[in-house]
Structures are given as structure tokens and as C-alpha cells.
Design a protein around this ligand. Structure first.
Ligand code: AYL
Length: 540
């Protein structure tokens, strides 16, 4: 044995055959002819309007024909700036059908944030709602709105352009799609720096979905009569992949909710006998704290899958008590990993037990190794280190950023997550820390570098650093250390700094606290010593 031995961990479930050499929509709708009349989508915001699998597929094809008429071609990008709604699904699948790539954007983002994503993605067509149009550029883009009432001048209407207009799309023959073509372009800052486009191909997403729901013993056993509540935003990969695409592939029903609102959430669960809920820790907290929960019958829920951020032990215990009939477990994902790395083995058809606090076991058809972050030496079981994953599900790379790609996926194909964790004797994976700069607020990404560059752009600020502070509700929140500029900054207050930032960013990126400091601690190479600031915070 040498020091360079690599310890590779695999799933405790056997590998499966993954049909990832086809387009994503073909794979997701594979059983269409068998399940044509079953409910595929329910629009919880529109009098519970239901769309069967056949209708959903037809409306996706109509939308594909419409996009094609608008000039969208293979490898073009389109932006979807919407809360969860059927048109989101139609547009995403339509783009897949014509070989285009969808970038989902958060409608709560500021105009600047959206324009940055638009420019980076190269999208020329945006599907949105009238109320968000003011955030979009007035020239150089085609805007399609889903509203039925009055629409802003110059915009096109989704229903008349796509749905009512004639023309169907021949999915089989019209466009040749390569399984290495991109199909989704979520944005993520990864382990460092600013948000970047994450190129996920047809092959990547099919592999990830199959790792979750395919095979003799699927890791997540979704049954055809399951109803899955889709409350997490579809512009984030957690919901797009593990909620929407996994459900369509499994032939169950997706209940769409525009956004989380507790009463409607509880009502919809009761009314539609929701059986599977995918949630993030702050949503669990809201549910567990709210006395209204007692007034609803939630006994239909048989599975609760929590992910995207660490879940506290107390919260997990309360949830298990409140929903004793449900299997509760976590998934661990990262946008760049396609996104799922580990999944609770108790969700399987032939389950394994999993431990409290664990993020589950490694998905099938993938390899994980744990390395010492300093020496990169591969570590054995029970030794925490940086989690690395290899498999056909991981991203093709960051869009137009080979340097960032090379920093994240090494020459041997390992994706470095920036998360610290270990694999125990029973193959349970535990995440214990985060090595990367990322701050997770309510499961959303807040890249410190983004806030730092905004702060430094203020003439009253000469230097700044942003770090995470623990928060009971949001998990973490960003706080800033700011050095006042000697020339213009002497009167700068905490509220000035907070206001300066909140004007420019989506709500969850707002600063919760500002500390003024004489200088930012940095290494000799100029890197911010975040740990030093972080420990300062704990002592504050
Ligand atoms: P991104 N526990 C702790 N930290 C987590 C967990 C978890 N269960 N899941 C994600 N994270 C953190 O790109 C971790 O630091 O994707 C990881 O690198 O927005 C980072 O969040 C990635 O953030 C699923 C289950 C997707 C989870 C996901 C997570 C997608 C979040 C599909 O089925």
C-alpha cells in the first residue's frame, strides 16, 4: 500500500442500465402511450386545472413549434422567468425538443441580476409574466408573456403564439439532438467567485434522474398514483430535477404551487392527497412552528425529502413526530453535480435504514472519494474531507469558463464539491462542514464574492468581506465586514451599507449585519481569511 492509494466509495445499490443516449424529453415521456390519460400536472394556482400526460406532451409540442416559429434553433438559449406554473414545464420541455437550452431565472431578482444572467446565457427569448417585463431589456430580446389579460406593448402572448396557433411539432424527426447537447443552464457560483452558467446536458440529467428513480430497486420509489407537491422553485435544479423531471419519468402527478404560502400549502396537501413532499430546511421550520398544521389532515404524506442545506437535528425530530406515517430523509446535491450525489436509502423500493443526520448513500452509477483538502490524499471511511464525485451526471462544465471548469473538475474527471463530509461503516454519508465560500440562505446560494464586488464598488468603502452567520430561520445569512474609505467613508453607517446592497440584489442576498473594521485580514497572496472573520463573528 502506498500513500497514493485511492479509496473509492460506491452505492450500496447495484448499478443499473441507464438509457442516456437519447434526448431528455424522450426519456421523461417514455411511457407516454401507457399513461396518456393519467394526470401529469395540476395547477394549484389556477382552480386546480389538471393536464393529463397526453395534454402535457401536446402542449410541450405546441410550444416547441411556437419557439421554432420564433426562430429558436438547436443550441440556442431561452430564459424562463417564472414562478412554478404549467407554462414553465411546457417551455422547458419544448426547448428540449428543439435542442435548445433553458436557463431558469428567479423572478424576484433585480433587473441587474436578471440582465447579467441573460447576457451570460446568450438568451434572446424570454418567457415570463407581464409584471416582470419592466426588469427586462427593452431591446434585443423577444418577450413572451403567459398572462391572459392586457399585456405590455411589444410583448407576445404565450397562449396565442404557442397554444392556440396552429402547428404541431414532430418530436421524432424534426431535429437531431446529441445527448451531449446542453438542455439546462442553471447558475451557480460553485466553490468560489461569481455565479456561472452550469451546462447540464441531456445525458447528465437523464443519468441523474435514472440514478434516483430507475431500475429494479429505485433509490426513490415513486408510484404512479403518487402526488408530488412542487413548491420549491423550478428555476433551481433541486425542484427541476428531483421534483418535476423525476415525477414525469415515474408517471406520477406533479402539483404546482407558485410559491410557499402555508395555508394554501396545507390545503393543497389535504385536498389532493399529496403523498410526496420535497422541502428545504426553512420550509420544515415554518411547517413545524405553525399551529395551523394541526387543523389539516396530512396523513396522505408518505415521503418527505429534504435537501439543499443542512437540516438541524431538532427540526428533524419534530418533523418525524408530526408526520409519523412518513419516511423522512435527506438528499444531498450540488447544481454542478447534476445535481444529486447522495440520497436517503429508505426511500427505495427495497429500502435500507438510514441514520438521523445522514444525507443518505451514494447514488448508483457514480463514484465518490473523500480527500484531505490540504494534501489531496484520499481518505478512508469515517475520515472527513472534501467530497468529490465522478459519473456521467456531473456537468459538462461552466459556460464559457474553462478556467473555472478546470478548477472544479480535475483531469481525472472528479468534481470537487467544496463540501466536507465522510462515509461511515454503513455507507451513510454525513456532511459536516463547507470548505467553499458559498453562503446558503433558505437553500438559495449567496456567493460572498458577488456582494463583495458590489460593496467595493461603493466609493465610501475601501475594502469588504462577506461571511455567513448562523440563523435560526434561514440557516445562514450574509454579514459584511467593511473598511470605510478614508476620503469619503467617514460618515458611512450600517444602514447606508445595507440599503446600498438591498437595492441591487434579490431579497435573500441582503446583508443582515455590517461590522466596520480597520482592515480585512488577508493571506500573503491576497485571499480573504474568511475563517478568521468567521471566528470573530462567533465571539461577537
Ligand atoms: P446548490 N445537507 C447539507 N448541505 C447541503 C445539502 C444537504 N442535504 N444539500 C445541499 N447542500 C449544500 O448548488 C452543499 O454545500 O444545489 C452543496 O454543495 O444550490 C450546496 O448546498 C449546493 O447548492 C436533491 C437534493 C438537489 C438536494 C439538491 C440540492 C441542490 C442545491 C437535489 O434531490
Amino acid at each position: 500500500k502506498t500513500d497514493t492509494e485511492t479509496f473509492i466509495f460506491r452505492s450500496k445499490f447495484p448499478d443499473i442500465e441507464i438509457p442516456n443516449d437519447q434526448p431528455l424529453h424522450t426519456y421523461c415521456f417514455e411511457k407516454l402511450s401507457e399513461i396518456a390519460d393519467r394526470p401529469c400536472l395540476i395547477d394549484g394556482s389556477d382552480s386546480d386545472r389538471m393536464y393529463t400526460f397526453a395534454e402535457t406532451h401536446f402542449l410541450c409540442r405546441k410550444t416547441a413549434a411556437g419557439l421554432k416559429r420564433l426562430g429558436v434553433k438547436r443550441k440556442d438559449s431561452i430564459m424562463v422567468l417564472l414562478q412554478n406554473c404549467p407554462e414553465f414545464v411546457f417551455t422547458f420541455m419544448a426547448a428540449s425538443m428543439i435542442g435548445a437550452v433553458t436557463t431558469g431565472a428567479n423572478p424576484h431578482c433585480t433587473s441587474n441580476e436578471i440582465k447579467k444572467q441573460l447576457a451570460a446565457s446568450g438568451a434572446r427569448i424570454i418567457v415570463t409574466e407581464s409584471k416582470y417585463v419592466e426588469k427586462l431589456p427593452s431591446e434585443g430580446v423577444t418577450i413572451v408573456v403567459i398572462d391572459t389579460g392586457d399585456i405590455p406593448a411589444g410583448c407576445r402572448r404565450f397562449s396565442s403564439e404557442f397554444i392556440d396557433a396552429g402547428g404541431d411539432f414532430d418530436v421524432e424527426s424534426e431535429i437531431l439532438i446529441n445527448s451531449d447537447d446542453p438542455v439546462a443552464l442553471p447558475f451557480s457560483s460553485g466553490t468560489t467567485g461569481l455565479p456561472k452558467g452550469v451546462v447540464l446536458t441531456h445525458k447528465n440529467l437523464i443519468t441523474s434522474i435514472a440514478q434516483q428513480v430507475d431500475g429494479e430497486n429505485p433509490n426513490i420509489h415513486v408510484k404512479p398514483n403518487d402526488v408530488v407537491i412542487c413548491v420549491l422553485p423550478l428555476f433551481h435544479i433541486f425542484s427541476l430535477n428531483s421534483v418535476l423531471l423525476c415525477s414525469i419519468r415515474s408517471g406520477c402527478t406533479v402539483l404546482l404551487m407558485k410559491k410557499f404560502e402555508i395555508t394554501l400549502f396545507l390545503e393543497l396537501i389535504q385536498k389532493h392527497h399529496v403523498s410526496i413532499a420535497l422541502v428545504v430546511p426553512p420550509l420544515v421550520l415554518a411547517l413545524m412552528k405553525n399551529p395551523k398544521v394541526e387543523n389539516y389532515d396530512l396523513s396522505s404524506i408518505r415521503m418527505v425529502h429534504c435537501g439543499a442545506a443542512p437540516l438541524g437535528k431538532d427540526l428533524e425530530i419534530t418533523l418525524r413526530e408530526r408526520l409519523p406515517q412518513a419516511i423522512f430523509g435527506q438528499g444531498y446535491g450540488m447544481t454542478e453535480a447534476g445535481p444529486v450525489l447522495t440520497m436517503c436509502p429508505t426511500f427505495a423500493k427495497h429500502p435500507f435504514p438510514s441514520k438521523s443526520g445522514s444525507c443518505g448513500t451514494i447514488v448508483r452509477n457514480a463514484e465518490i472519494k473523500i480527500i484531505d483538502p490540504e494534501t489531496t490524499v484520499s481518505l478512508r471511511r469515517n475520515h472527513p474531507g472534501e467530497i468529490c464525485i465522478r459519473g456521467e451526471e456531473i456537468m459538462k462544465g461552466y459556460l464559457n469558463d474553462p478556467e473555472a471548469t478546470a478548477r472544479t473538475i480535475d483531469a481525472d474527471g472528479w468534481l470537487h464539491t467544496g463540501d466536507i463530509g465522510y462515509v461511515d461503516d454503513d455507507d451513510d454519508v454525513f456532511i459536516v462542514n463547507r470548505l467553499k465560500e458559498l453562503i446558503k440562505v433558505k437553500g438559495f446560494q449567496v456567493p460572498p464574492a458577488e456582494l463583495e464586488s458590489l460593496l467595493i464598488g461603493n466609493p465610501a468603502i475601501s475594502d469588504a468581506a462577506v461571511v455567513a452567520q448562523k440563523d435560526e430561520v434561514a440557516g445562514e445569512v450574509p454579514v459584511a465586514y467593511v473598511v470605510r474609505s478614508e476620503r469619503n467613508g467617514q460618515d458611512l453607517t450600517e444602514d447606508d451599507v445595507k440599503g446600498f446592497i438591498s437595492k441591487q440584489v434579490v431579497f435573500y442576498k441582503r446583508l443582515h449585519k455590517v461590522y466596520f473594521i480597520a482592515s480585512i485580514p488577508k493571506s500573503s497572496s491576497g485571499k480573504i481569511l474568511r475563517r478568521k472573520l468567521q471566528s470573530k463573528l462567533t465571539n461577537n
